[in-house]
Each structure stands twice: as C-alpha cells, then as structure tokens.
Design a protein around this ligand. Structure first.
Ligand SMILES: Nc1ncnc2c1ncn2[C@@H]1O[C@H](COP(=O)(O)OP(=O)(O)OP(=O)(O)O)[C@@H](O)[C@H]1O
Ligand SMILES: [Mg+2]
Length: 347
C-alpha cells in the first residue's frame, strides 16, 4: 500500500502534533535511506509505465473506443483542457456545472488520465469525496467501468465499514466523513496529490467543516490541489472563501425545443375523426365519455325513482296525495320528488 492510499489499519492518533507512528521511527542510516529511495522510485516508475500501457490498451480497444465516444459527448469534455490547465496552475479551483454534465464521473478521471499519460500514475493519489455512501459506491463502479477495469484496481471506494481498493488504487471515492476521519490521524494528507470535494452546494455540516480543515492545510501542502465541485452557480461564494480561486462553469446539455400540436400529429399519422372517436380536451374519446355519463345519470335516476315509488306506496299518504292529487297526479309527484333528490345528491 503506497503512502497515498487509505490504510485498512485503525488510524493512529498521536499527541505529537498529528504525527503518525512512521514519524516516530529511529533515524535510519543515510546510505540505506538513499538506496531505499532509489529502489522506491524505480518501482514507482515501473508501475507508472504499466498503468500507462494499460490505459492506452483500453483506449485502443473497440469497447474503449465506444466508451470514449460516449464520454466525448458529455459537456465536460469540451472543458477538459481548460480544467486541467487551471488545476495545474492553481492550488484551488471551483467547478460548477449543470446536473449530468460529467463533473463527478469525468473530472476525477481527466486528472487520473493526464497523470497516467504523463508517467506519474503510480505517484498520484486522488481523493474525491461524496456526501453519501451510495454515490461513492455507484460513481466508483461507473468510473471503473468507463476505464475498462474491475472496481478496486486503479479506481476504488471507501465508505464506513466497507471499501473496495487495492495496491494500485489511484482514484478513491469516499464519503466526506471518511476523509475527515483520515485527517484526524494524517493532518497533512501525505501522499495525496488531489482532493476533490463534490456537491459542495449541499452545504452539509461535514462538507463545510472539511473546507475549513482543508483551507488550513493548503499552506502546509503547496503542491496539493483542491477542486471544489458544485451543481449550482453559487461558485463565487466558495471562490471568495478560498481567496478568489478561479471558477470554471461547464454548461449543461441543450436540446432544441419544438412545439407539435395534437391536430398536426393526427394529420401526420392519418388518423380520421368520426362521430365515434372524437377526442375531447383531456384526450378522452367523447362518445365513449358521453355514453358513460348518460349511463350513470340514468342509473342514478332510475334507482331514485324506484326508491321514491316504494316509499310512496308503503306510506299512508292517501289524504295528502288526494289533496295534492287534485293538482298533481301520483306519477308526476314521484318524478318531482326524485328530481329534487337527484339534484340534492348532485350538489
Ligand atoms: N452508472 C451509470 N451508467 C450509465 N451512465 C451513467 C452512469 N452514471 C452517470 N452516467 C452518465 O454520465 C453522465 C455524467 O454523470 P455525472 O454523474 O458525472 O454528472 P454530474 O455532472 O456529476 O451530475 P450531478 O450534478 O447530478 O452530480 C450522466 O449524464 C449519465 O449520462
Ligand atoms: Mg455529480
């Protein structure tokens, strides 16, 4: 496990200004130290070349070409060079972009690819934080697939109690909490080359706290790069917090909007209107709807009429009916009562 990778062992917390157990080792023989450094550099160079060959091989394969074609169609691709230039020239860069433009899956990948192409693959270590564990897991899986690899090779993830990463993991997606936890034992984030804090616009407590800690860390690690990503245009707020850091906006997808009216569609498909297939304003066939309404009214009226008739027959209203009967025959009376009742129920 390289120094830039997350250790599986519990993090050591010392009371000596954040120094870890490695700092407490006795001073080694300087000659041995030089030999070790040379050997380590040779190993790193060999691994970097392996990573570069593997990346090239994938890009040239038919599946890799297909994936590249999709990735090139994302809005982030147009800004790739501007993003990489800005990151190489500034310690902090704020990136805003509309949802789906490729911030999370593409930007960390652009950095990894450019480091691998430059022969620094084995020595770079990119950490990209996500506010939720589910997104850390899902995004890492997607990025590994886009690189034609299994999860845990050059791309991995780490969330609480779970992780998938290996010796060669150079891009790690983790929750904000995991990075904060690491900062407890490794205040300088030694070995880490890039920190990407995603979804900063959500303003979660952990994310805001992480920004405070990282702002404090930046002067101690001038070569460390910090990239803040936001889905909204509130980038200026974060830029001013980091002393006017440059901001880059990635425009989203734009689709042409064309209006089609239903009448035109019916004409195009040759749909013929007849008295039986008329369509009303709500898209329902008129005849069918009218029939249904007529049936339900008829049904309700007949039920009411028979109910009133039954009541009148059973009740001894002879006197009243007789008196009223001079004016209204029983049939009309029944209809009047049932109409009143149906009006009552209809309101
Ligand atoms: N698991 C996946 N499977 C297939 N396509 C995916 C997957 N994840 C992302 N994509 C594609 O990649 C594009 C970029 O996704 P990405 O997550 O990088 O966007 P984003 O800019 O980070 O969006 P948001 O602001 O919503 O986080 C999406 O538009 C989608 O088409
Ligand atoms: Mg995203």
């Amino acid at each position: 496990m390289s120094s830039g990778s997350f250790s599986d062992k519990p993090l050591l917390r010392s009371n000596s200004g954040g120094r870890t157990a490695a700092d407490e080792l006795p001073i080694q023989n300087p000659e041995l130290l030089v030999q070790n450094t040379v050997a380590m550099e040779r190993i790193l160079r060999r691994r970097s070349l392996q990573l570069r060959d593997k990346q090239q091989e994938w890009k040239e394969s038919p599946e890799g070409q297909k994936m590249l074609e999709f990735r090139r169609s994302l809005p982030a691709f147009k800004e790739k060079d501007a993003l990489l230039n800005s990151i190489s020239q500034n310690q902090v860069v704020v990136v805003s972009g509309e949802t789906g433009c490729g911030k999370t899956t593409q930007l960390p990948q652009y950095i990894l690819e450019s480091e691998v192409e430059a022969g620094r693959g084995a020595s770079c270590s990119i950490i990209c934080t996500q506010p939720r564990r589910i997104s850390a897991m899902a995004v890492s899986e997607r990025v590994a697939a886009e690189r034609g690899e299994k999860l845990g090779e050059s791309v991995g993830y780490k969330v609480r109690l779970e992780g998938m990463k290996g010796r060669d993991t150079r891009l790690l997606f983790c929750t904000t909490g995991i990075l904060l936890r690491r900062l407890l034992g490794d205040r300088d984030l030694r070995g880490v080359s890039h920190v990407i804090v995603d979804e900063i616009h959500e303003r979660g407590m952990n994310e805001d706290f992480l920004l405070i800690v990282l702002k404090d860390l930046l002067p101690r690690r001038p070569e460390l790069r910090l990239i803040l990503m936001s889905a909204t245009l509130n980038a200026d707020l974060f830029s001013s917090y980091f002393g006017g850091a440059p901001t880059i906006h990635i425009p989203g997808f734009t689709y042409p909007v064309r209006a089609h009216f239903l009448e035109n569609i019916l004409e195009i498909i040759g749909y013929r209107l007849t008295p039986y297939n008329q369509i009303d304003d709500y898209g329902q066939e008129k005849m069918w709807k009218m029939q249904r309404q007529a049936q339900s009214v008829k049904k309700r009226k007949s039920m009411l009429t028979s109910a009133v008739e039954n009541v009148l027959e059973d009740a001894d209203f002879r006197g009243i009916v007789y008196t009223l009967g001079n004016l209204y025959p029983v049939g009309i009376l029944t209809q009047l009562v049932s109409i009143s009742l149906s009006m009552f129920f209809a309101t």
